[in-house]
Design a protein around this ligand. Structure first.
Ligand code: ATP
Ligand code: MG
Length: 521
C-alpha cells in the first residue's frame, strides 16, 4: 500500500473552487445535448439548424424554403449546410447566437416554438469546433436587396463568449432575406430510423407548409415538396399562468418588481388575473393590494402562493399554440404514405402546470404498409420529430397502454402494436417538458399522457370500424366467389331435375350470376 495523501484543508479546497462556464460543462456533457456519437452529432447539427430556420420563418410569416446539404469532406468529416429564406439575423447578433451558449429569443417567451433553450445552434458549432477545429460560417441577409453579412465564429469555451475570426460583406445568393449556416464536424452518415433522411421526411410530415431540398453526401438529391400553401396558425405570446408558477419563481418575480404595487404586479405579470382577481388573491393572502410588490417577503410570499392556488382562475389562453390541424394531417399523411385508410384527431387545448398544450394524432392503415411488423410510430413535439429515446417517452408510454387488439392490430405486452399502420403523435405546448436538454423524449406528465390516450383511442376506434367493415367485405366476397364457382353445377343439376331446355338453363345461370353481382354493390 502506498502512503496516504495528506488531508485537504478548506483553504486548499478554496484555491481549487471556481466557476464552471456553461460551455465547459456542455463540452464535457455533450451527450446531454445529443452529441454523444458521430452519427447522432451529424443528425443533431442538421436538426438544430433546420428547426431554427422553421421557427424564424414562422415568426416572420414566411412559407419556408429550406436547403440542406451534407457534404462529405473525408471518411468521417462532413460539412453541414442549411440555408433558409427567413427574416435573417441582425449583424450585431450573429456572434452571440452562434458563439455563446444559452443565448436566444425563445427561452423567456411563452408560445409554441421548436427551440426553447438558446443552446441548439451554438452547441452544434461548439461540437464542430471541438472535433475539427473549424469555425462556424454564417451568411445572413436581413434586408432584401442589401448585401449579406458573412462571419466565421468560434466559441471561447472557458468564457462562453464568441470569437469573431472573419467578418465581411458579401452578396446574398437567394431571394429576399435569409440565413445560411455551415458547420464542419466529425460525423457518420447513416441510413434508417435515425438518419438525416428520416428526420427530414418526418419534418415534412408535421410541417407540410415547408419545401425542402436535400443534397445527401451520396445518392440522389431528395425533394420534399410543399403540400399546403397556408402558413400554420401564428402562435401568440402569453404571460405565465399563476397556477404554473412555483414558490421560488414567484419570490424572484416579486423581488424584481421594483416600483410596482402588488395588484399591478399580479395583473401585469400573469395571464387571467384581472384587477378584481388580484384584489381577491391579495385579501386571501392577508396582504394589501397596494403594498409594494418587492417588499412582499418570506412568509408573505408563501401566503400569496397559497392564495393563488385557492383562487378560481380561468384557464390560460390557448392561442399560444399552433396545431397542425386534422385536415392538414390527413393531407400530409396521404402525400407520404400509401394506405387504404386515414384518420386524424386534434384534441382541444388543456393545461399542465399552468402551461397550455394540445395533442394531435394521425393514423394511416393498410395499403402497402407492412402487415407483419410493429407499426411505425412518429413522435413530434412542437412539430419537431423525436428520433431517439422512444422507450423513455410519454408518447410511447401512452401508445403501449392502449388495447390495440380491440381496434384490429396485434399486440404483445410491452411492445408496440403490430400491423400495417403508421401513427403520428404530436404534442404542442408553450413549454414541452423534455426529459433532457437534447429534447428527444417527453416527460411522463399525467395530464399529457391522458390527452394522448384520448386522441389515440379516437383514432383507434375509427380504424377499428374500418378494419371490421373490410373484414365483413372480405368474408362476403369469399362466400360470393365460392358460390360463383358452383353456379354451373347448380345449373346442370336443375336442368336434370326439372328437365330444362339448354337456353332455360343458361338463363337461370345468368340470373344467379346477376344476383350475386348485385349483392356486391
Ligand atoms: N436561421 C435563423 N434565422 C433567424 N434567427 C435565427 C436563426 N437561427 C437562430 N436564430 C436566432 O438565434 C437564437 C438562438 O438559436 P438557438 O438554436 O441557439 O436557440 P433556440 O432556438 O432559441 O433554442 P434551442 O436551444 O431549444 O434550439 C434563436 O432564438 C433565434 O432568435
Ligand atoms: Mg434552436
Amino acid at each position: 500500500m502506498g502512503k496516504e495523501q495528506p488531508a485537504v484543508t478548506a483553504q486548499a479546497l478554496a484555491l481549487r473552487q471556481r466557476e464552471i462556464s456553461v460551455s465547459e460543462f456542455f463540452t464535457k456533457n455533450r451527450h446531454l445535448l445529443g452529441f454523444d456519437n458521430p452519427g447522432r452529432a451529424l443528425l443533431a447539427t442538421v436538426k438544430e439548424a433546420v428547426d431554427n430556420s422553421l421557427d424564424a420563418c414562422q415568426e416572420a410569416h414566411i412559407l419556408p424554403d429550406v436547403f440542406v446539404e451534407v457534404r462529405q469532406i473525408e471518411e468521417s468529416r462532413f460539412r453541414v449546410i442549411v440555408q433558409d429564406n427567413g427574416p435573417g439575423i441582425v449583424r450585431q447578433q450573429i456572434p452571440k447566437i452562434f458563439g455563446k451558449l444559452l443565448y436566444g429569443s425563445k427561452f423567456h417567451t411563452l408560445k409554441q416554438s421548436r427551440g426553447q433553450q438558446g443552446i441548439g445552434i451554438s452547441a452544434a458549432g461548439m461540437y464542430g469546433q471541438l472535433t475539427t477545429g473549424k469555425p462556424v460560417s454564417i451568411t445572413s441577409c436581413s434586408r432584401p436587396g442589401r448585401p449579406a453579412h458573412y462571419y466565421e465564429i468560434q466559441l471561447d469555451t472557458e468564457r462562453n463568449q464568441p470569437i469573431v475570426l472573419k467578418e465581411a460583406e458579401v452578396e446574398w445568393k437567394g431571394e429576399g432575406c435569409g440565413t445560411r449556416v455551415e458547420i464542419e464536424l466529425e460525423g457518420r452518415y447513416q441510413k434508417g430510423r435515425h438518419s438525416v433522411d428520416a428526420y427530414l421526411q418526418q419534418t415534412a410530415l408535421a410541417n407540410p407548409h415547408v419545401d425542402i431540398h436535400y443534397l445527401p453526401p451520396k445518392g440522389d438529391p431528395m425533394r420534399l415538396p410543399r403540400v399546403v400553401d397556408a402558413l400554420p396558425p401564428d402562435p401568440r405570446e402569453i404571460k405565465p399562468h399563476p397556477y404554473g408558477v412555483e414558490l421560488g419563481l414567484l419570490q424572484g418575480m416579486l423581488k424584481a418588481a421594483k416600483g410596482q404595487r402588488l395588484s399591478g404586479f399580479l395583473c401585469g405579470s400573469f395571464s387571467r388575473v384581472s384587477r378584481a382577481t388580484a384584489f381577491e388573491i391579495s385579501s386571501r393572502a392577508g396582504l394589501k393590494p397596494e403594498a409594494k410588490a418587492h417588499l412582499v417577503l418570506g412568509e408573505e410570499v408563501e401566503r400569496l402562493f397559497r392564495a393563488i392556488g385557492q383562487t378560481k382562475l380561468m384557464a390560460p389562453p390557448t392561442n399560444c399554440l399552433s396545431p397542425i390541424g386534422e385536415e392538414i394531417i390527413l393531407q400530409s399523411l396521404r402525400q407520404q404514405i400509401q394506405a387504404d385508410f386515414f384518420t386524424a384527431r386534434t384534441r382541444p387545448p388543456v393545461v399542465y402546470r399552468g402551461n397550455p398544450f394540445l395533442v394531435e394524432v394521425g393514423l394511416a392503415y393498410g395499403g402497402s404498409l407492412p402487415a407483419d411488423e410493429p407499426i411505425a410510430l412518429h413522435r413530434f413535439a412542437n412539430r419537431v420529430p423525436l428520433l431517439f429515446q422512444q422507450a423513455a417517452c410519454a408518447i410511447t408510454d401512452a401508445v403501449l397502454r392502449i388495447d390495440w387488439k380491440a381496434y384490429g392490430l396485434s399486440q404483445s405486452r410491452g411492445a408496440l402494436p403490430g400491423g400495417p399502420a403508421v401513427l403520428l403523435v404530436h404534442v404542442a405546448s408553450v413549454w414541452v417538458p423534455f426529459t433532457s436538454e437534447s429534447k428527444e423524449a417527453i416527460a411522463d406528465y399525467e395530464e399529457i399522457v391522458r390527452e394522448i390516450r384520448l386522441a389515440l383511442q379516437d383514432c383507434g376506434r375509427q380504424m377499428g370500424r374500418f378494419v371490421q367493415r373490410r373484414k365483413r367485405e372480405v368474408d362476403a366476397e369469399r362466400k360470393r366467389s365460392y358460390i360463383e364457382k358452383y353456379i354451373p353445377y347448380i345449373g346442370e343439376a336443375l336442368q336434370e331435375i326439372l328437365d330444362l331446355r339448354a337456353d332455360r338453363r343458361s338463363l337461370l345461370e345468368e340470373n344467379l350470376k346477376n344476383m350475386l353481382e348485385r349483392s356486391r354493390s
